[in-house]
Design a protein around this ligand. Sequence first.
Ligand code: APR
Ligand code: PHB
Length: 410
Amino acid sequence: MAFKILAMKTLSTQVVIVGAGPSGLLLGALLHKAGIEHIIVERQSGDYVLGRIRAGVLEQGTTDLLDYVGVNERLHKEGLRHDAFALIFKGAFHRINISDRQGGKHMTVYGQTEVTRDLMDHRAALGLQTVYEAEDKKTGRSVAVHDFDTDHPRVTFTKEGENYEIKARFIAGCDGYHGVCRASVPTRSIQNFEKVYPFGWLGVLSDTPPVYHEVTYSNTERGFALSSLRSMTRSRYYIQCGIDEKVENWSDDRFWAEFKTRIDPEAAKRLVTGPSLEKSIAPLRSFVAEPMRFGSMFLAGDAAHIVPPTGAKGLNLAAGDVNVLSQAMVEYFQEKSKAGIDNYSARCLRRVWNAERFSWWFTSLMHKFPDTEGQNFGFQQKIQEAELDYLVHSEAALQSITENYVGLPH
Ligand code: APR
Ligand code: PHB
């Protein structure tokens, strides 16, 4: 029997980033700015990565980072500054001003897909190396991480039938919830904390003027709804749905009819409906992996934690992680100090758990929980309404919700 021995091409760099989602791309931009060499390895194609439709609310800490790396031209042109968000309960609309309460801090509505596209274009313009489709579709051989318990970790992958190895000082696991980095850690070295919610979000994107001009969260007896936007001509709406719901069972007409019942009556009258450009169902999950560092490998973004989207914290948490990680790597390479990398996990996890708590609380306050149906549902609904009533009338409560919504410092 003849064996074909494939030669391995070896590259080396300072940091290998696994995953070219927003976390990996932003980390790449930050490392480049600091003069740290890196290569990004992504299993999918660039078009595939851009095909994912995700949330679109950026904290000021995130837009500050995009300003810092100079990926901000379109963001400033097309992003919408938001100084407030709104809550609907018992059929009434309540606007909550953030900026007045949080020293002028605001949010920016700008789709995550656009952030990803801008970061990709920036990389391409600078000639920075990204290996897309680093996977052998035939054999299923994908990216693998090795020796991260030593000071010379490696990443291997197959691209167009050739085997590659990248040697580096650090690996950054920016490969999302289903990535290979977290999955490669021995189970004895990692602890996972998880809560799966008994419902999902059915989302619709449509080229219709948004019914509200600010992000508006509804608590209703029929369940939660969210009215968001991408521009003054493009709406993004969601309704809470059953966990086993199938998107095929939701015609556009059925979606609009249900959505109308979950906004205030005035808004329902003026709502402009139209064909959906995208329609999908997402499950809701809270998840944290501890720690976020394993020797020479660091986890960042969705690879390390997931929040339910109710507080719009996902991308913002990811930006916080890579900011801290890039600073830690700068300290290591330029100041020869290990303090930043040693402190990375604890520093990130503190902020992550704060956002996990806020996202869990806001999700619990706004959704209808199926296990409270029947006799207890009325009680649950009344308690939620009482808390919401307190929230919009207590200055202390308003300070707290706006402080968390606008985002805690990195
Ligand atoms: N090898 C290489 N790349 C991989 C691998 C692998 N084995 N597994 C996954 N990836 C890639 C995915 O294809 C994806 O492009 O890693 C990338 C991870 O991107 P995201 O899932 O978008 O995660 P992240 O960059 O951390 O973005 C966080 O996304 O889901 C939202 O709410 C979340 O807004 C937050 C943001
Ligand atoms: C969105 O615009 O998609 C969006 C806005 C706010 C959220 C979640 C998603 O809390």
